[in-house]
Design a protein around this ligand. Structure first.
Ligand code: ADP
Length: 506
């Protein structure tokens, strides 16, 4: 290499990075002070020596390949495809991870490569710390998910028994007004604990990032029918008209998440409406399928609408506060995000509110030809008497449920094991209902027992599946099952009664 001018040498010496210049044969032609300090060689001992001197022996072959491929297509770039691959070696034999930037240049006929070298030890220790922190966060997240799974099952179970017992006490104290009043207050407290537990578990699960939507073909009519079953009692108690539009459309969605989203919106519509109606309909425009939930309720002030999707936000003051915890719309927000939907709200204080759930039109499946043209609203079905076979292996839940149903005038036969239930079902009438816990002892599920029963009786035995672990249920039951309802524990006693009367009336 021709002599580098004195000025150029001074400039190169001034650069803070270690700098080496190597010729096409891999011989070091120039080193600045920083390079000499980094490698622990004097400048004189570096110049004229092969670059391999500074590379640990195990990388020599790979390095030679890198050099020849680099010389074929020299460019200004980082050396190596992955920075973690590169190691350099000091005079004392110690190694350090190196970041090397290469710049080719020509001097007359000769070609050279300037290499600026950084010691990446600190960078990697920071990366290690980040990786460590990430592992701790992942572990915490896994612990949270485990806690949620345990909490959802183990807390819902006793709450279920308490709910059933309280509903029974309400029935027994009908003729003792003072006592009945106490039991009613107790019911309100249990209801708020249940709502809070459900909302907290739902939002934590959704925010933990562990929920993966499972998209299947879902008939909108089936979802509407489940929702009608769930809300008709509470709407009727307030003398509200609750209407669902007839529909033949099929959507590709996660059935449980979609149901949960609409449950929260319809639940609010019923909760915040004192007279008039709550209507659930849908429309299709060029881009979206729009599910519309409109009510004639109290409405929301214009300046509050932008906050209603925030966690724990409640528009106040109104006495319906005790009915909610301010998480319903945060759950709606999270589910919409997961499913790729958007939600629009329009509301007029004192006049009512309308929520529009926009579902991308690509999710509309071709089976949807039978779209109803007229807004034809489904009618609630008349209740009818029936008998129930209950399969539940948790003693306290079984006894509480049996007591509650019997006091409601529903003849109930209980079984602890699947085979007992199957024997009891043998002399059941067509409109008698089979109620079962989803998680039974061993690996058996309530769904397995139902499938067996239906096969043995060669008919769609009406059934209700109860589960404290809705997630597990969601994983298994991807579409709706004819003549079958799913209720999460702790079960709303009114919803249970309604599901029984509805199924037995079909
Ligand atoms: P909450 O548990 O209080 O119902 P949400 O997150 O579901 O919490 O809703 C937040 C707030 O938005 C509610 O407290 C209520 O004031 C208002 N809101 C939601 N839906 C309606 C509605 N359909 N009509 C009137 N106000 C509503």
């Amino acid at each position: 290499m021709r002599e580098i001018s004195a000025i150029a040498q001074k400039l190169l010496q001034l650069t803070p990075d270690a700098l080496l210049v190597v010729d096409e044969q891999g011989i070091i032609q120039f080193s600045n002070e920083a390079a000499s300090n980094l490698f622990g060689y004097t400048i004189e001992r570096l110049i004229g020596r092969p670059i391999m001197l500074l590379i640990p022996e195990r990388f020599h072959i790979r390095h030679a390949a890198h050099v020849s491929s680099y010389l074929r297509e020299p460019s200004n770039r980082e050396m190596g495809s992955r920075i973690t691959d590169l190691f350099a070696q000091r005079f004392d034999g110690s190694e350090f991870p190196a970041g090397i930037r290469l710049a080719p240049f020509q001097d007359g006929e000769e070609r050279f490569v300037a290499a600026s070298i950084r010691d990446m030890t600190e960078h990697f220790s920071i990366s290690d710390a980040l990786i460590g922190a990430r592992e701790v966060a992942d572990r915490a997240n896994r612990a949270k998910s485990r806690f949620l799974a345990t909490a959802s099952h183990d807390l819902r179970q006793p709450l279920q028994a308490i709910r059933m017992l309280n509903a029974s006490m309400q029935n027994l104290t009908k003729h003792a007004p003072d006592l009945n009043d106490l039991v009613c207050r107790q019911e309100q407290a249990i209801d708020s604990a249940t709502r809070l537990l459900n909302a907290l578990l739902d939002i934590s699960r959704l925010e933990s990032g562990t929920v993966e939507p499972e998209l299947t073909a879902v008939k909108l009519a089936d979802v509407f029918s489940d929702l009608e079953g769930e809300f008709e009692a509470s709407a009727a108690m307030k003398n509200l008209q609750l209407g669902f539009m007839n529909t033949g459309i099929v959507l590709r969605t996660d059935r449980m998440l979609f149901l949960q989203l609409l449950q929260n919106l319809i639940g609010n519509a019923v909760k915040y409406t004192e007279s008039g109606h709550v209507r659930v309909s849908y429309a299709i425009d060029t881009d979206d399928v729009i599910v519309i939930i409109e009510d004639t309720g109290m409405g929301i002030a214009e300046d509050k609408v932008c906050h209603i999707f925030d966690e724990y936000y409640q528009v106040g003051p109104h006495d319906t506060h005790r009915l909610g915890v301010g998480l319903g719309l945060a759950i709606v927000r999270e589910i919409s995000r997961l499913l790729g939907y958007s939600i629009a709200v329009s509301s007029k204080l004192g006049d009512g509110t309308s929520f529009r759930v926009r579902i991308p039109r690509q999710r509309l499946l071709p089976e949807s030809e039978a779209v109803a043209t007229n807004a034809n609203f489904l009618r609630p079905k008349p209740p009818s008497r029936c008998r129930v076979v209950l399969l539940e292996d948790n003693d306290s839940v079984r006894m509480a449920t049996e007591l509650f149903l019997s006091l409601e005038g529903i003849e109930t036969r209980s079984a602890v094991t699947a085979s007992d239930a199957e024997i009891l079902m043998e002399d059941m009438r067509p409109n008698d209902v089979f109620i079962t816990d989803y998680h039974l002892q061993g690996k058996l599920t309530g769904l397995d027992v139902l499938v067996r029963l239906r096969a043995a009786q060669n008919r769609d035995v009406p059934a209700i599946l109860l589960s404290g672990d809705l997630q597990a249920l969601k994983r298994v039951v991807k579409t709706s099952i004819k003549n079958c309802r799913f209720l999460g524990k702790p079960v709303d006693t009114k919803a249970l009664l309604l599901a029984i009367t509805d199924l037995s009336a079909r």
